[in-house]
Design a protein around this ligand. Structure first.
Ligand code: GTB
Length: 212
């Protein structure tokens, strides 16, 4: 087995699969590539042997035959390009699927991440209670737009792609807050992603390590 990824020694989410190694595991399962996992602690991530793999001292990373990558989006893009099935072969359809990968990471994920910051990093600030509804409303506005675009479609643009894999992964992070459930179209879309056998295998693999 030559692919090695990194993941939290113990994810703070206790097995909910919300850390970003899960999306990489999911992509590896979708493309049928076996992998090993090197587990790292928060302290270990900041040590030189991890920093040489990840300049920002984070997980996940990906190594395969001398290639070392970081950033979950780039790892999934690499897997999709190298192993097929996660990106269409038609050039225009492929460009649209890649567009959805960027949309997931650049347009939908930031307001969701902002909620974690507002709750867990800024929660004690005197202005936190005023800011929280603003942050939540930004997520709702994005979800409204995404929901309108998805409509009755099964996936974002034709067959399931790396764009869907990233979008579902990003949306999952909004599940614990209850905001995802406010959008039945997106809730059902995420459930379709979670029902995929490859996702189930990825989820089970991280759960085996992270369950409290
Ligand atoms: N843009 C990078 C990517 O997409 O790969 C972001 C990588 C990143 O944020 N990694 C996080 C990390 O290593 C883990 S996933 N953090 C440690 C550090 O920065 O020191 C983020 C995450 C963490 C915890 C939960 N959770 O408990 O629910 C969810 C997501």
């Amino acid at each position: 087995m030559s692919i090695v990824i990194t993941a939290f020694e113990k994810s703070p989410d206790g097995g909910k699969g919300l850390a970003r190694d899960t999306r990489v595991r999911w992509a590896l399962e979708e493309v049928g590539q076996p992998y090993d996992v090197r587990y790292v602690s928060f302290q270990g991530m900041k040590q030189s042997d991890h920093l040489c793999r990840h300049p920002f001292g984070q997980i996940p990373t990906f190594e395969d035959n001398g290639l070392c990558l970081f950033e979950s989006g780039s790892i999934i893009f690499h897997l999709a390009e190298r192993h097929g099935t996660l990106l269409p072969t038609d050039a225009n359809a492929r460009a649209r699927a890649i567009t959805w990968m960027f949309a997931a990471l650049n347009t939908v994920e930031p307001p969701i991440l902002d909620l974690s910051v507002a709750k867990f990093q800024e929660g004690q600030q005197p202005w936190a209670a005023d800011r929280l509804p603003i942050v939540v409303d930004r997520i709702r506005a994005r979800f409204q737009q995404l929901s309108a675009r998805l409509g009755d479609s099964e996936w974002l643009d034709g067959a399931f792609s790396a764009g869907d894999l990233l979008m579902v992964s990003v949306l999952l992070r909004a599940k614990p807050s209850g905001i995802l459930a406010e959008f039945p179209t997106l809730d059902a879309y995420v459930a379709r992603g979670e029902a995929r056998p490859a996702y189930q295998r990825a989820f089970a693999a991280q759960l085996a390590v992270n369950a409290a």
